[in-house]
Ligand binder design. Structure first.
Ligand code: OOG
Ligand code: NI
Length: 455
């Protein structure tokens, strides 16, 4: 009988394989990894309390491994198969993101591990978008795009066979896991030759660059892989100092004493040479711009109340900026000013129920009889010195930020309006599964830590 390897191990192998592949495809990504590594080491040295906290919460080991990637697929069948592939690596769909509000004709989820132990082992996530061809106004081109997508299979025969085997047997042995990772990697590889003529590419590009990116290639090439930095302002300055074309603005909340949610910045997508087959199969040179680099800093996961406050403040600042939105020169100042009303110390964030925390007993607390502890609230235990709490880190994404990342890599002026709206039901129907609610996962982690205070 073969012993199965854990999904965490398969995910670890896959994340490493993706990183190695992307590093050889896009050398600038290697530069980013180095830069982030340097900044993280400096940040940990400069702040021993931060180092101790990351150590305590199992975040030190995962920090150097930590990445998210992004891909875009064209059909419900592709999305459904991806769900099965990622499930074998212990990654499940979490959160629904509607990007049409930002003029991008996709909706998305993130595949990621759900429980704390798996996140600590390797938090690799993939932001996965599904093209919404139904929003394309030109029926002839839409039909053409559908026909092109219907002809391709983005998975290798080996990958399909191993998915079926894993589902049937309940897992994969070590050798099969390695073969599985190698086969699945093929789906995300870059191809320097398109599957359509330059003319078709240009027509689809005219609808939206994203339509061309999804439809004209053999598969959903990974379009970025993002390491996690402990100091994104330092990383942004480091990118500029190295001559990387960083986007002007960091997406998300302003810099704060207690980092919340997610802050992200990226460098501009590369214009890459691509050849397009003409009617006789002769290759015509052209280019395509899709792949870029991104870094992110993660902070406290907010409760629904905290998130509402975040969304409201962000919307206020962006609306006040008018059409310039967050590209206005004074945006960073206005953002910081607006967020002055958002509490910025851990105790207040916790007491006001704005963020999720992980509680643990102190030595003094452990010396108190369990019966006495059971009668106390977590706050009372903290006041008595029996417990301490650390922020639970945000593991997900932000739709406004994601839209900003999409936009900055679609070339400045590309602004569309779609009179569409979120359609989570359609996304879940395509996926063949329901999406996990991120808030429920954080609440569960917090509750489990509170239960352990009383045990
Ligand atoms: C995904 C953009 C969103 C993020 O970090 O918010 C994203 C894409 O460009 O396909 O990766
Ligand atoms: Ni990203």
């Amino acid at each position: 009988m073969t012993t199965f390897v854990s999904p965490d191990r398969i995910r670890g192998l896959f994340a490493q394989a993706m990183s190695d592949m992307y590093r050889s495809e896009v050398p600038l990504y290697g530069d980013l990894i180095e830069l982030v590594g340097e900044i993280n080491r400096a940040a940990l040295e400069a702040d021993p309390a931060l180092a101790a906290r990351l150590e305590r919460n199992g975040e030190i080991e995962r920090l150097d491994l930590e990445r998210h990637g992004a891909i875009r697929v064209g059909t419900p069948a592709e999305l459904a198969m991806l769900r099965r592939v990622f499930a074998i690596m212990g990654m499940q769909p979490v959160g629904y993101y509607d990007l049409t509000v930002a003029g991008v004709p996709v909706h998305s989820t993130a595949f990621r591990p759900l429980d704390e132990a798996s996140l600590a082992a390797n938090p690799f996530r993939i932001f996965t978008s599904l093209l919404r061809l139904e929003l394309i106004g030109d029926p002839a081109l839409r039909a053409e795009a559908e026909a092109i997508l219907a002809r391709r299979d983005i998975f290798t025969a080996g990958a399909r066979a191993l998915v079926e085997q894993a589902e049937r047997d309940g897992g994969l042995g070590e050798d099969d896991a390695r073969r599985f990772v190698a086969e699945v990697l093929e789906t995300f590889r870059w191809h320097g030759d398109a599957t359509v003529s330059l003319e078709t590419y240009k027509a689809l590009h005219g609808l939206h660059r994203l339509v061309a990116d999804v439809v004209c290639f053999r598969g959903p090439h990974i379009n970025h892989l993002t390491p996690r930095t402990l100091d994104i302002d330092a990383a942004q300055a480091g990118m500029l100092a190295r001559g990387l074309q960083a986007k002007a603005l960091i997406e998300g909340p302003p810099r704060r004493a207690v980092p919340i949610l997610l802050r992200q910045t990226s460098f501009k997508a590369l214009e890459e040479e691509v050849s397009y087959p003409d009617a006789d199969g002769k290759l015509v040179p052209g280019s395509h711009t899709a792949r870029f680099g991104e870094i992110e800093q993660r902070g406290l996961a907010l409760t629904p109340a905290g998130r509402e406050l975040y969304d409201r403040l962000l919307a206020e600042v962006r609306q006040a900026g008018g059409a310039a939105g967050n590209t206005a020169a004074d945006y960073p100042q206005r953002l910081a000013a607006a967020f002055a009303v958002f509490p910025d110390d851990e105790a207040t964030l916790r007491r006001e129920g704005l963020g999720y925390f992980r509680y643990r007993l102190t030595e003094a607390g452990a010396a108190v009889p369990a019966g006495e502890r059971a009668a106390m609230t977590p706050e009372a235990m903290i006041d008595a010195g029996y417990a301490e709490a650390d922020p639970i880190v945000y593991e997900d994404f932000l739709p406004v930020s994601a839209a900003g990342i999409f936009q900055s890599n679609l070339g400045g002026g590309e602004q569309r309006a779609y009179d569409a709206h979120a359609n989570q039901d359609a996304f879940e129907a395509a996926l063949g599964a329901t999406i996990n609610d991120p808030f429920a996962l954080y609440a569960q982690a917090q509750e489990a830590s509170i239960a352990s205070l009383r045990a």
